[in-house]
Design a protein around this ligand. Structure first.
Ligand code: BGC
Length: 877
């Protein structure tokens, strides 16, 4: 690949030099025809008057304090013009029924074997974008790429408009009209807005393992973002749950790249069908909060491809219009300045046609433009600094010949193409109708209610579908009478713990949810939304218990242990609610600076469970947590009869928990991460004694082995393994068949043949998302039977066991689906595997290579978790 990369790399030295310069242009929105001057002055010493041109200046004259005039050398940066050519656009022609031309508004249905081809839609969008910028001056093009600065607009990120009435007498100017762009968080709903839904968090979408609900969540959010006038929704978040204590893990999709990739794929398709541009974030390796802006994640090429980049590739395949580069450095270079990741891999190898925007303040130089960054957010160097790496500075860099205008054209084209791809130029696209920073300004907030009944139902359904039942003994659940306990409803129950009830000052008492009081339904930070309402377990369970005339009492005090124990004493069941919270590093809650400082339940939750279990033989624990907590203090206590892992469910948290407890929804969620027996079994948050400004090196030496792969590879027995989850019914698996899919010979046959012979894929543009590599190549078919007494759903999971020659973890997830069955019903189920699924990344050959190219066979299991394999076979590769 290496498209223009040698030249770009040479210039990286230049931009690092520039990055250290104190001289930066002010953020100015450049007006039409306004000249920005044609030189940039770079001086090491701010007291020195810089001379006109950095290329020609060798010395500057300055006056010292005593009035003497002296000449000092000026830091010289030679201008070396960089060549730029837009990335080649990958071409593949559609194949009816299998590789289908797709518009974001009309994606293939969930579970379809068809692969969407967004190529023609991008081509149309590019044409419109190019026609638009043909009318733009350099300054106007630059304005498209540079945000207006922190809190200078109505959204968390704003690109300035070009007024339609700019010069109405000039038809060319009318052509220019464009409303600018509104960029708004978060991955679970519209942040800083009213009358929106708080959807279940990303980690819960992953815990559902349910593609239909993931898609619907994306679609519902997309509709709400659009309804508020948001052009770019800042999600999904898809950094990996590499360290269990990672503060933002809950925003993302867990500890396995395949699961995260599918969740990202469905979310992006849904969001964009809803009409807003998706933003896959954070590219890449932002797996912990501690020193997120001053750490280098050092990751080998194969691990990048197979683990951390995979969800981004899937997002690109779903047509994602934007990607956000992360705060951290990657292998020693800041993410937003990273030519290797942004240009070579994402735009080259993955064929990404949209734009890369910086995380807020993650942009560190003007030359980042040459390293692949397309948009600077929020536009100022540091929040409200009034300076910008781009804006006028970028204009200067173009005018003095450092950065080719062709690159600015490419940036603006990519940005506007996203806008056209989603048809946001249509008159039906609403104007921004809220103000993120001034919610009380009546002129700026129309209070538009973007929630629908369907959204509310989705929040509730996904809330239930994402609950993981970890333990259920003696017919403890479902409540209200079940076949195991002889159909006897509870005479009386008690709800224990603050997590069962409301926060004392309502659901929005802490800014950005940075606090913990009452039912935990999301973590804290930018990945949040306001609660328009929040149903607590106490509300929902009390109402539901009326149906069986069960008496309900509660104690929401976490620390009155004797009282809690006494209240639980003679009750038919005692439900203890515990929680664990985390978030983004700019907020510290109870000593947790984003990342969790330990993995135990908050508010003394362990002691609360033990106090209740000491007095009640039917103690049911409900956990609302951002990630794994260590449950070993109480989980095997004989009086703890059930454990309900509820995660972060959003608005309908209480309703969804009640639906599960009372069996209105048969649990089908599976863990999206491993729950260990001890904290020491996990990879820790990286930290060191480094000085505050020093870069912390985070070595990803475990390579491919994160989460369950790490436990498997080291023979560590987890408490509950990845993929585990019980149901109120039981399932049996049988009759596995693994069959190669026959394709008609076509233009792809040479490529397929080379792959089958064990060669790495060729280095052509967009190769990693090539259609032939991703189309179904093998069908894995098996029978699932509901062998229990009630209707329910299961999640069959396909794991590969690659031969030793592949150097891979013992088991890797490569497929899953949802099956819902009546008691006694059987179904044949097929899960396809692609050549990509059966490949490993060959770092030497720089391509995807058949996993057993170096010998050995590829084993396969279908099971109910990463350790509960039900049927096994071999892939005839
Ligand atoms: C976060 C991003 C977020 C942005 C804008 C940053 O601090 O890392 O995820 O989208 O702020 O709020």
């Amino acid at each position: 690949m290496g498209h223009s990369s040698r030249r770009v790399l040479r210039n990286l030295t230049l931009f690092l030099a520039i990055a250290s310069s104190p001289v930066l242009a002010q953020i100015v929105q450049l007006g039409p025809g306004e000249s920005s001057g044609d030189s940039t002055s770079i001086s090491e010493d701010p007291t020195v008057t810089p001379t006109d041109s950095i290329a020609s200046s060798a010395a500057a004259v300055t006056t010292t304090a005593d009035g003497a005039v002296k000449t000092v050398p000026v830091y010289q940066i030679p201008i070396e013009p960089v060549a730029f050519e837009p990335f080649p656009i990958p071409t593949e022609s559609s194949i009816p029924g299998v590789f289908v031309n797709t518009n974001p508004a009309d994606p293939p249905p969930v579970g379809s074997r068809a692969i969407p081809n967004f190529g023609p839609a991008w081509a149309t969008a590019y044409e419109k974008a190019k026609a638009k910028i043909a009318n733009f001056s350099l300054e106007e093009k630059v304005n498209v790429t540079t945000g207006v600065g922190w809190m200078n607009g109505r959204c968390v990120g704003n690109v300035p408009s070009i007024p339609i009435d700019y010069d109405p007498s000039n038809p060319e100017h009318v052509e220019k009209g464009y409303p600018g762009l509104c960029l708004e968080d978060s991955p679970l709903g519209v942040r800083f807005a009213d009358f929106v839904s708080a959807f279940p968090a990303g980690i819960n979408a992953a815990a559902s393992w349910n593609r239909r609900l993931m898609r619907l969540r994306g679609l519902s959010m997309g509709q709400q973002f659009k309804g508020k006038g948001v052009h770019i929704a800042l999600g999904p978040m898809m950094n990996m749950g590499r360290v269990a204590a990672g503060g933002r893990n809950w925003e993302g999709f867990g500890g396995d790249p395949f699961l995260a990739g599918e969740a990202a794929y469905e979310t992006v398709l849904g969001l964009q069908q809803g009409g807003t541009q998706a933003c896959a974030k954070h590219l890449i390796n932002n797996e912990q909060e501690h020193k997120r802006s001053l750490s280098s994640s050092d990751v080998d090429d194969r691990t990048q491809h197979e683990v951390y980049l995979h969800p981004f590739l899937r997002s690109i395949m779903a047509g994602a219009a934007t990607i956000m580069c992360s705060y951290n450095l990657i292998n020693g270079t800041y993410a937003c300045e990273n030519n290797k990741i942004q240009n070579e891999i994402v735009k080259g190898e993955f064929g990404f046609q949209g734009q890369i925007l910086s995380d807020w303040g993650a942009h560190h130089s003007t030359m980042a433009a040459m390293a692949g960054l397309d948009m600077s957010m929020p536009g100022d160097v540091t929040f409200s600094s009034g300076t910008s790496w781009w804006g006028k500075t970028l204009v200067d860099f173009v005018q003095n010949g450092t950065i080719p205008e062709a690159r600015v054209d490419d940036m603006a084209t990519r940005i506007l193409a996203g806008y056209y791809l989603l048809e946001q130029d249509s008159s039906s696209f609403p104007p921004v109708n809220f103000d993120a920073f001034k919610p009380d300004d009546q002129d700026l907030n129309d209070h538009i209610d973007v929630q629908t009944d369907a959204h509310e139902k989705l929040v509730r359904d996904l809330g239930s579908a994402s609950v993981v039942l970890l333990k259920n003994e003696n017919g403890a659940l479902p409540l209200g009478g079940n076949s195991v306990n002889g159909g006897k409803a509870e005479r009386d129950i008690v709800l224990v713990g603050s997590d069962a009830g409301p926060g004392r000052m309502g659901p929005n008492q802490f800014a950005d949810q940075g606090g913990s009081d009452g039912i935990l339904a999301m973590g804290w930070g930018s990945g949040t939304a306001n609660f328009t309402y929040l149903v607590t377990p106490l509300d929902a369970i009390q109402r539901r218990a009326r149906k069986t005339r069960t008496s309900v009492s509660w104690i929401l005090d976490d620390f009155n242990l004797p009282r809690a124990g006494n209240m639980a004493r003679f009750k038919s069941a005692a439900l203890v609610f515990i929680a664990s919270d985390s978030g983004e590093e700019y907020i510290t809650v109870d000593g947790n600076i984003g990342d969790r400082k330990n993995l135990t339940a908050w508010h003394g939750g362990d002691d609360l469970v033990l106090a209740v279990a000491a007095q009640n033989k039917n103690t049911i624990v409900v956990v609302n947590s951002v990630g794994p907590i260590i449950v070993d203090k109480w989980v095997e206590h004989e009086n703890v009869t059930a454990v309900v892992w509820a995660g972060l469910q959003g608005n309908e948290a209480g309703t969804a928990i009640a639906d599960i407890l009372y069996g209105e929804w048969n649990p089908s969620g599976k863990l999206p991460y491993t729950i260990a027996k001890a904290e020491a079994d996990y990879l820790p948050i990286a930290s060191g004694n480094e000085a505050p400004r020093e870069i912390l090196k985070i070595d990803y030496t475990e390579g491919l082995e994160i989460d369950y792969r790490y436990f498997d590879a080291r023979n560590i027995t987890p408490r509950y393994e990845f993929g585990f989850g019980l149901s109120y019914t039981t399932f049996e698996y049988s009759q596995l068949s693994i069959r190669k899919v026959d394709h008609e010979a076509g233009s792809e046959s040479e490529l397929v043949k080379a792959w089958e012979e064990g060669n790495p894929t060729p280095q052509t543009p967009g190769i990693s998302r090539a259609f032939w590599l991703h189309r179904p190549a093998y069908d894995i078919t098996f029978t699932v039977k509901n062998t229990g007494g009630v209707y329910g759903g299961d999640i069959p999971q396909v794991y590969l066991h690659l031969p030793p020659s592949a150097g891979a973890p013992p088991s890797v997830l490569k497929g899953f689906t949802s099956v819902e069955l009546r008691p006694g019903q059987t179904k044949r189920v097929t899960i396809p595997l692609s050549r990509y699924d059966l490949s490993i990344w060959d770092a030497v050959g720089q391509g995807w290579r058949k996993a057993n190219a170096d010998g050995g066979s590829v084993g396969l299991s279908v099971g109910q978790s990463s350790r509960k394999f039900k049927v096994n076979g071999t892939v005839p590769l």
